[in-house]
Design a binder for this molecule. Structure first.
Ligand code: GFP
Ligand code: GFP
Length: 841
């Protein structure tokens, strides 16, 4: 390639090429330059916002230089690439992460200090990139970090929502949603006005036979929306590899206005067309684990998938390889069923545009895709109505029908005469209206399907997908237990703990090989070490206590046991069980003598999380938590013994303050409902213990850290169905302690009980689907064990050290290596450290 450029030009380019800065002086020079030129300010009016902007631009320049080199290196190497398709990337803040991953945080700290700023204040200026709901989106963000850190040639493809997940405000105890317009200043994205894809919707299909007698289908008419690429650099930790996250933004294809309408005086409607196009990437749907079947959502999915596949296929075609080599060059991972249309779109490109035979094309498609399932909850499994599909994507519907026909024919050959089986596994559900079952389409069109924790992967094999295991055989179904990146969730969130670990394990190597944490076992009884360990936890609790004071006005005692449940509010995650437990504790304290109260360990119950805007029960739970807090926190009988806090607007950057400050965190979903959970891993990695059910990754965490170091309770997944059956058809008596809790609520102790009628009613009168009453006794008993255990601080600290030492398995690096080996069949592309990476260890 280089040879095509004349030598004297090449020399000029090389002489002036961008070089990543490394020293403090160079950093300051870059910051001042950006303040004085890019931002048009000066030292006289450089406030913290401007300093944040300039520092970010300095790092952005550095990242993009490495990004360019990485992309070129990967293009020249021409090895297999991974494309991770996710409708959500919950990235959080970028500056701190960039500084730590390139190893220049101390340089930046000193530089900023010389310019008159504290680095923490500058970091805190950044608006979270909150393009996700919860676990699924954050997992995608951790995976990007790991893929870059491990030098895999890997891109993320997503949507550039103008509005991320809403901001949550609590007004009079109720959740209020406020739009999150985060793009007013975002130095981390590069608009690529040169990379655009026109995406078609609606229209019709014309079929005919060409001169060679071949069937041809032409999708024509309808409307076109333009996708514009925005690239976000993803720096690996301690490596020059900087991967790409490409996000698509929608705009009208016909330019600014429809000039026809404009000239005829219909100015408003010409602008309306423009806005209609922009609506596609305007907003992230705020539902987690719930499918609502809105047309705009299907439009988002196709828009994103079509633009991404166009880009991937274009890149492949540059290599001039044969189509049969496509799966050797490309692995596409479907994060949940949201991108399932990619399967249909690739088949369409290959047969309609590139003229391949069906079978040849289908072999390429199925060898390219892998599908990750994240839930077994029936209300979350995506289905789209056939009439909606017919209207929006007529050609895709035809292809889906063909995929289904060939698939059902193969099933019929394998299980002759089994009509029930055909009806059960058909991609088309014969309902009114008919529905396309996206999970089934994803299974049929992929070569591997994985769950996200062992129990979950077993459940999908034995329940929702069991027929497919019979049809395709067990090897198609596998497990990759989730993980988290220790760079953000230990090194960035808990710098002092990271430093202590580094000092005992020979540097920051553990951040690249988390099993090194094992070396901490030998300090589990070391007095000096334990003292430092405990001091760090206390300091993290002081920090959170300050944050609580400043945001809620409530004073909490940092010596109290901090009990934390932060995650999306959902009945299956059972925040209601937690708050009922808190009310039970309140009743217990009220009934105690002064002497008895002295023996109780003081506790702070901390909640945080958003409810989907249309999810009333979840909103009721938030309301109850806040009202309980309002009563308990000012009850003089209670004092420090119990405080109840609801932290507003839980997000990634707040999680970085909250996670390191827990003594206990709660992961208490009804057994069999939480596919994995990932915050459970974050809390344990930061030296907190957990109380949890035998669900999701809790089970594997127990196996790794030992059952003495975790507080498990509640019914098992295998018993859930029978219990529900008994509730509905047998006798259903509530736990007597829970009845007392309900009686207190009904006495208006926490405000008008009418507001909570639906919540208590769902348990008393409507079958208690989530088994709150069945697990209540065991939960209360186990919380009492937590109280007892916490009194023996010496043992408690040993437990937390042993737990951290045994958490190596839960690094997302391990996940990525498993995906690479079992599903993607890709190799990392190692780099010599020729570039200017920071030297900080
Ligand atoms: C092109 C070029 C690469 C360059 C990237 C990013 O790649 O050398 O680094 O764009 O600008 F070939 P494709 O997107 O076409 O792969
Ligand atoms: C979903 C599942 C979780 C799982 C994550 C990531 O999370 O159990 O850990 O995906 O696989 F429910 P949410 O998006 O629901 O938080």
């Amino acid at each position: 390639v280089e040879a095509l450029i004349p030598e004297h030009q090449r020399d000029a380019w090389k002489k002036f090429q961008a070089k990543p800065w490394v020293s403090k002086d160079d950093f300051e020079k870059e910051v001042v330059r950006h303040v004085e030129t890019t931002l048009a300010r000066s030292m006289f009016n450089c406030d913290e916002t401007a300093a944040y902007a300039a520092a970010s631009l300095a790092f952005r320049d550095r990242l993009i230089t490495e990004w360019n080199r990485t992309q070129q290196r990967q293009t020249f190497a021409d090895t297999k690439r991974v494309y991770y398709l996710s409708l959500e990337f919950l990235m959080g803040r970028a500056l701190d992460n960039a500084m730590l991953n390139v190893g220049l945080k101390n340089v930046a700290k000193e530089g900023l200090s010389e310019l008159g700023f504290r680095i923490e204040d500058i970091i805190n200026q950044e608006h979270d990139a909150a393009l996700g709901n919860g676990g699924l989106g954050r997992l995608a963000a951790c995976f990007l970090d790991s893929m870059a850190s491990l030098n895999f040639p890997a891109w993320g493809y997503g949507l550039r929502y103008k509005y991320g997940i809403f901001k949550q405000e609590i007004v009079d105890g109720y959740q209020v949603e406020v739009p999150d317009y985060w793009l007013d200043f975002n130095p981390w994205e590069f608009p690529r006005h040169d990379i655009v894809v026109d995406v078609q919707f609606y229209g019709g299909v014309r079929k005919y036979q060409d001169d060679d007698g071949k069937n041809v289908a032409v999708w024509e008419g309808g409307e076109i929306v333009r996708a514009v690429a925005y690239d976000v650099p993803i720096p690996g930790f301690n490596t020059p590899t900087t991967n790409n996250m490409r996000l698509w933004s929608s705009k009208a294809a016909s330019g600014e206005f429809d000039f026809q309408k404009f000239n005829s005086g219909d100015y408003e409607s010409s602008v309306a067309d423009q806005q209609r196009a922009e609506t596609i990437s305007a907003v992230l749907y705020p539902n987690d684990n719930l499918d609502r079947g809105k047309e705009l959502r299907l439009k988002q999915q196709y828009f994103w998938v079509a633009a991404s596949l166009y880009d991937i296929v274009r890149r492949f075609k540059k290599s001039k390889r044969a189509w049969s080599e496509f799966p050797d060059q490309i692995a596409i991972q479907l994060n949940d069923t949201h991108p399932t249309l990619a399967i249909v779109e690739l088949q369409r490109i290959l047969i309609d545009m590139e003229g391949l035979d069906w079978d040849e094309a289908w072999a390429i498609v199925t060898n390219t895709f892998g599908y990750t399932n994240h839930t077994v909850l029936p209300e979350a499994l995506e289905k789209w109505s056939v009439p909606l599909f017919q209207n929006l994507l007529p050609r895709h519907l035809q292809i889906i029908y063909d995929i289904n026909m060939f698939f059902l024919q193969s099933v019929e050959r394998k299980f002759p005469g089994d009509r029930d089986m055909l009806a059960r596994v058909s991609i088309i559900e014969e309902s009114q209206p008919k529905m396309v079952r996206m999970a089934f389409l994803a299974i049929v069109g992929s070569h591997k399907v994985n769950g996200v924790a062992e129990l979950h992967s077993d459940l999908i094999r034995t329940t929702i997908f069991k027929d497919f295991v019979k049809i395709f055989g067990p090897d198609k179904f596998t497990n990759v237990t989730n993980g988290i990146t220790p760079r953000r969730w230990l090194h960035q969130a808990n710098p002092r703990l990271s430093e202590l670990i580094a000092s005992k394990t020979g540097g920051l190597g553990f951040l690249k090989d988390l099993n090194v944490l094992n070396e901490l076992e030998k300090f589990a009884d070391d007095k000096e070490f334990k003292k430092e360990w405990a001091e760090i936890k206390y300091a993290n609790k002081v920090k959170l206590a300050k944050y609580i004071k400043s945001t809620t006005g409530v004073t909490v005692n940092p010596s109290a046991l901090f009990d934390i449940q932060v995650k999306r509010i959902h009945e299956y995650k059972r925040q209601q069980l937690n708050i009922f437990g808190v009310i039970h504790r309140y009743l217990t304290i009220k009934a105690m003598t002064a002497e008895e109260r002295k023996k109780l360990a003081p506790r702070v119950s901390i909640f945080g999380g958003k409810a989907a805007p249309g999810y009333w029960m979840a909103k009721t739970i938030i309301h109850l938590i806040n009202n309980v807090g309002a009563v308990v926190n000012k009850d003089p009988d209670v004092g420090d013994l119990l405080k109840v806090i609801f932290l507003e607007d839980y997000n990634v950057s707040k999680a970085e303050i909250i996670t390191p400050a827990s003594d206990i965190s709660e992961h208490i979903s009804t057994a069999g409902t939480e596919a994995s959970g990932t915050s459970n891993m974050k809390f344990v990695l930061n030296g907190g213990l957990i109380i949890g059910t035998c669900d999701g990754a809790n089970i594997e965490i127990t196996r790794e850290i030992g059952e003495n170091n975790i507080f498990l309770f509640g019914n098992l997944a295998e018993d859930v169905e029978d219990l529900r059956h008994t509730h509905n058809y047998g006798s259903h008596t509530l736990d007597p302690d829970l009845v007392k809790v309900f009686d207190l609520i009904k006495s208006d102790a926490f405000g008008d009980a009418g507001a909570f009628g639906a919540l208590t009613g769902s348990i008393e009168d409507h079958g208690d689907y989530y088994l709150v009453s069945d697990d209540f006794h065991s939960y209360i008993k186990t919380q009492a064990l937590v109280d007892e255990a916490y009194k023996n601080q010496d043992e408690w600290i040993t437990k937390t050290i042993l737990s951290v030492a045994r958490m190596g398995f839960f690094s997302s690096d391990r996940c990525i290596n498993e995906y690479a080996e079992m599903i993607w069949n890709v190799e990392p592309l190692p780099v010599e450290k020729e570039s200017g990476l920071g030297k900080e260890e």
